[in-house]
Design a protein around this ligand. Structure first.
Ligand SMILES: *[C@@H]1O[C@H](CO)[C@@H](O)[C@H](O)[C@H]1NC(C)=O
Length: 256
């Protein structure tokens, strides 16, 4: 049964107090937390609302920052936004292509998993697990169905930037490789994220970073589980979520 106390502790401690705890243990911490301000979902939602995708994501990230401050989470050392790092992303994609791990198909760039033998090491998945048409949609422009987009050619109604492969925007996975390399260097200690990101997101991140720069490495991956409501994952799509603001108000009400 969900009580305000257990939502509070799981939400707050698991993810956002971790850096505070490391500092308490006397580690010097450089904490980088990303803002994804451009991706398929943001574009779709912005088009639905007739709003600019960047103003939409700015609105949500401002709310997020004020909620975090309310929870007394220390701010990260850096909070990079994807749209401010297109140059770094393009440079990294060029390196991956130069190192033979990516190919261009009419304005899109795909990572070639067949040219990266370590693919699957983090998640323990084998490439055969991703048979075409099952978990991965068939796309005959890809050499292997598990190949993933590093750069997506511009489509109508989508924001775009210039690149050596034509106008387009970054694929979802590359942002984390490019921004972590920028602020933490090619190798760093701890990478966090939700357990639902282990595959494919973090697997792809490792592949991109190592294909761009072979001595890139991450010492520890730390994955948090989901907050559950009556045995079900709390999620936007299920509509069973409670906002931080609502919880904060539950805490205030007994005081009043
Ligand atoms: C940070 O990056 C992850 C992986 O790309 C993404 O799922 C998450 O939404 C991003 N966080 C924010 C606050 O945008």
């Amino acid at each position: 049964v969900m009580s305000p106390e257990n939502i509070w502790s799981s939400l707050v401690f698991v993810k956002y107090f971790f850096s505070r705890y490391l500092r308490y243990l006397d580690y010097e911490v450089r904490y980088v937390r990303n803002f994804t301000d451009i991706d398929d979902k943001i574009i779709a939602r912005a088009n639905q609302l007739g709003e600019d995708p960047f103003s939409l994501s700015k609105r949500y990230s401002d709310d997020f920052l004020s909620d975090m401050a309310h929870l007394q989470c220390l701010p990260p050392s850096v909070e990079p936004r994807v749209s401010d790092h297109i140059d770094q992303i393009v440079t990294m994609i060029k390196q991956i292509i130069d190192n033979g791990c990516a190919y261009v198909v009419s304005g899109d760039v795909y990572f070639s998993v067949d040219n990266f033998p370590e693919y699957g090491k983090l998640s323990g998945r084998k490439l055969d697990d991703n048979r075409a048409g099952e978990r991965v949609a068939v796309d005959d422009r890809k050499k292997n169905p598990a190949d993933f987009a590093l750069w997506k050619a511009a489509k109508d109604g989508e924001p775009w930037w210039d690149s050596p492969w034509g106008p387009g925007r970054p694929g979802w996975h590359i942002e984390c490789s490019a921004m972590s390399a920028q602020y933490l260097g090619n190798s760093f200690d701890i990478h966090g994220g939700g357990e639902d990101l282990i595959f494919p997101h973090h697997e792809n991140e490792i592949a991109q970073s190592r294909a761009a720069c072979c001595d890139s490495s991450i010492n520890y991956w730390v994955h948090n589980g989901f907050v559950n409501v009556n045995g079900q994952k709390m999620s936007k799509s299920l509509g069973n979520f409670i906002t931080i603001r609502k919880i904060a108000n539950l805490f205030r009400s007994p005081i009043n």
